[in-house]
Design a protein around this ligand. Structure first.
Ligand SMILES: C[S@@+](CC[C@H](N)C(=O)[O-])C[C@H]1O[C@@H](n2cnc3c(N)ncnc32)[C@H](O)[C@@H]1O
Length: 285
């Protein structure tokens, strides 16, 4: 059978099962099983055994297993990251914040590029900064042992200080010396658990939920960034698209300066940036 015919058939089946992007998903699944690039589907053919594997994956996808868990990889900016159950699948919504961080770091001298990523998950943010910028000192912390295994794997070969632990206590030896704290913390209110699509719920709960209003982790981020940042250091944090005013208010109340809200690629408010609190402004936490 021709691979492109199978990809069409799979796309139809995924359409019926409610996939948001059946065509690209079908091409990804079929090329994954064949071990080729999607562009090569036009000239490839499929054996009966390969077809059986594709059929099994399509069934799992129809049952709500994320595409990235079936292929074992997720793409983020220029990175291809290993992912699976137990680690948050990096989202395109986070890519803009990384672009902001890269521009800010590039404008700094190379001895003023000490970066800490909190809540690092698969390592998408840190890997992007390491590979796209260079001359940067990177530290990353992750709480979940399962996610930490993916983090270590994805950052292999990059010069990153990777820690398994709670961000609340992380990197005390760096207090007052960090140039940028960047984080995509858990931020979904607990009450939204029942409203989420089934494939989002395949991400680990500790990556998603953060107390009744979704801001528990954000308060910890403000505390940790206050202790880590040097006086002219910067913070960037992703947040729920409905939380921009609350997150701006939270960091202003904590004494941060130049607190600004930014949109993601879809035009939704998605991340907040700020300058470290001045010495006399370290209040309100
Ligand atoms: C939304 S995910 C973000 C992962 C990754 N940075 C990304 O953007 O794809 C949040 C991550 O924070 C981790 N996490 C939650 N609470 C934490 C804490 N107190 N300290 C460190 N990591 C934490 C979760 O295990 C999860 O991997």
């Amino acid at each position: 059978m021709r691979a492109q015919d199978l990809a069409h058939e799979v796309a139809e089946r995924l359409t019926h099962s409610g996939s948001p992007s059946p065509g690209p998903e079908a091409r990804t699944l079929v090329s994954h099983v064949l071990g080729i690039e999607p562009a090569q589907l036009l000239i490839a053919s499929v054996s009966p055994r390969q077809r059986a594997v594709v059929d099994a994956l399509v069934e799992q996808r129809a049952e709500g297993v994320p595409l990235q868990h079936l292929t074992g990889v997720a793409w983020f900016r220029y990175e291809t990251l290993a992912v699976g159950p137990g680690v948050f699948i990096p989202r395109p919504e986070t890519e803009e914040m990384v672009g902001w961080a890269l521009r800010e770091l590039a404008a700094r001298p190379i001895d003023r590029r000490r970066v800490v990523e909190l809540c690092a998950g698969s390592g998408a943010i840190t890997a992007s900064i390491a590979r796209e910028l260079g001359h940067v000192e990177l530290h990353a912390v992750e709480l979940s042992p399962e996610a930490h295994r993916y983090l270590v794997h994805n950052l292999e070969g990059l010069d990153v200080d990777v820690v398994l632990g709670d961000m609340a206590d992380a990197f005390r030896e760096l207090d007052g010396t960090v140039d940028l704290v960047i984080v995509n913390p858990p931020y979904i209110p607990e009450a939204h658990r029942l409203l989420l699509p089934s494939d989002v719920l395949q991400d680990p709960a500790e990556a998603l939920f953060s107390g009744a209003d979704g801001l528990d982790a954000m308060h910890v981020v403000a505390e940790v960034a206050t202790r880590l940042l040097r006086p002219d250091g910067l913070l960037a944090t992703e947040h729920d698209d409905s939380h921009a005013p609350a997150v701006v208010a939270l960091f202003e109340a904590a004494g941060f300066r130049d607190v600004a809200s930014h949109d993601d690629l879809t035009g939704r408010p998605r991340y907040v940036t700020a300058s470290a609190p001045s010495e006399d402004g370290r209040i309100g936490l």
